[in-house]
Design a protein around this ligand. Structure first.
Ligand SMILES: [Zn+2]
Length: 73
């Protein structure tokens, strides 16, 4: 599974499936880290440098999951 950049559509990072409910985590082999400034957290796309803004959400099973909400340049 791959998380794609919302701007250029290239791969931001790989994801691994944690369980049968569809929860995922970032594959540790992917060289990307969650960055943040004073307002928000984001993944910077290694291809186009767009900021993929991340929001924390909780699944229906109560597991915290990161979700990309939108992109900023
Ligand atoms: Zn990109």
């Amino acid at each position: 599974m791959e998380e794609k950049c919302r701007k250029c559509g290239k791969t931001l990072f790989k994801k691994v499936l944690l369980d049968e409910q569809g929860h995922t985590a970032i594959d540790e082999s992917t060289p990307i880290s969650l960055e943040s400034d004073d307002k928000e957290s984001f993944f910077k796309c290694p291809h186009c440098l767009a900021k993929n803004i991340v929001v924390s959400s909780t699944s229906q099973y109560g597991v915290p999951q990161l979700r990309i909400s939108h992109v900023k340049e």
